[in-house]
Design a protein around this ligand. Structure first.
Ligand SMILES: Cc1cc2nc3c(=O)[nH]c(=O)nc-3n(C[C@H](O)[C@H](O)[C@H](O)COP(=O)(O)O)c2cc1C
Length: 352
């Protein structure tokens, strides 16, 4: 089957599907490589990876992709100013979680996120074919350098205003993240609650306002959904939640994804709004809305808890990022998922 969208026509990616970047060990080289090798675009969620590890993951993914293009995604850094007392207070009120997991109170973290400039140096040196970013706008100098290296750049928007800002920056494509999406909200110019448009509405209101091709993300789970958004004017569909339960994904909470249905928007895990499965931690967030500190500080404060919860498989304390359509998740391989999407589309387009 042949697709003709600005995405498939401009780039060496015949299938207009992007396996979403998903930071936190989910987008393994095996997942990224398999997706790219099959003709869609695999993406590395590199946001939390220190530069040396990022380089390793890029090289492993590139090897598995067998010369097909792949993408790297990073987080635009944020630097909230927070007093030591406030951090100590939140560190302390999180202690009951540590106790449940047999952890001591420990010291406050001193590092909050990997060094962004060093991550970007790796991306540049490795000459990655596609680069995307979220949580903000990339500095124009990086846009220039990436373009010089031949990298295709995508920025992420949740409002028309953000899409226009990214458009003026000169990115090549804009990924629109509808409110249905799993994981962190990309919102950076507006208040988080203003960045919660359903994907259909966001796409319709952005089309015609920017010249760049638009990628649709949020709640896309099968071929019917992919075809729908392509027909609405998107150049490609970015899918996260559907890939979470594939065999190749590194998600620690596949069992929950396959059995639970209820998602919520929460700042409890990281300080940034995101969509996750409901659990004890998201309920704690609802009870302590004013205690939570902005990203990335809250993220660093909850890190030891989430790590231990992963090891002990205590899903009540894990950040189980997932989109609204989680009930459509299936226990299959990435190849089976892509083949079933293509089959759906084939059946739909051949219908009289
Ligand atoms: C577990 C998880 C982690 C995510 N991590 C990232 C990330 O690191 N960078 C990014 O740009 N988007 C990230 N996202 C958001 C996706 O790019 C995309 O917007 C979303 O998955 C689309 O909605 P869907 O999950 O309903 O398919 C993540 C999503 C999930 C589910």
């Amino acid at each position: 089957m042949q697709f003709h969208t600005p995405f498939t026509q401009r780039y060496d990616v015949p299938i207009p599907i992007i396996q979403a970047p998903m930071a936190g060990g989910i987008t393994t080289p095996k997942l990224v490589g398999t997706v790219s090798k099959l003709g869609a675009l695999g993406s590395i969620g590199g946001g939390y990876l220190p530069p040396r590890q990022l380089k390793k993951v890029i090289r492993k993914s590139r090897r598995r992709a067998r010369k097909k293009p792949f993408q790297v995604n990073l987080f635009i850094p944020e630097y909230p100013q927070v007093s030591l007392e406030r951090m100590q207070h939140v560190h302390h009120i999180l202690h009951p979680f540590r106790e449940e997991l047999g952890l001591s109170e420990g010291d406050l973290p001193t590092e909050f996120a990997p060094n962004f400039e060093e991550q970007m140096e790796v991306v540049l040196k490795e000459k990655v074919p596609f680069f995307s970013f979220t949580f903000g706008a990339l500095h124009p100098e990086w846009v220039h350098l990436l373009h010089e290296a031949g990298t295709v750049i995508t920025g992420t928007a949740t409002t028309v205003k953000e899409a226009k800002c990214l458009s003026e920056l000169g990115v090549d494509m804009i990924c629109l993240q509808g409110k249905e999406a799993g994981g962190h909200r990309a919102t950076f110019l507006n208040r988080p609650e203003d960045g919660l448009l359903p994907l259909e509405e966001l796409l319709a209101s952005t089309l015609g306002n920017v010249e760049q091709p638009l990628i649709a993300a949020g709640g896309i789970m099968n071929g019917t959904d992919v075809l729908y958004y392509l027909r609405q004017g998107a150049c490609a569909a970015q899918m996260g939640t559907a890939f979470l339960t594939t065999t190749e994904s590194g998600a620690k909470y596949k069992r929950n994804l396959l059995t639970e249905k209820q998602t919520t928007l929460t700042r409890a895990f990281s300080g940034r709004l995101g969509r996750a499965l409901v659990n004890a931690f998201t309920r704690w967030g609802e009870e302590h809305p004013f205690e939570i500190i902005d990203y990335p500080i809250q993220n660093a404060l909850t890190q030891t808890i989430r790590k231990a919860a992963g090891k002990q498989y205590r899903s009540e304390f894990l950040s189980m990022w997932a989109g609204e359509k989680v009930e459509a998740c299936r226990d299959i391989t990435a190849r089976e998922l892509l083949e079933s999407i293509l089959q759906d589309i084939y059946d739909l387009v051949k219908e009289p």
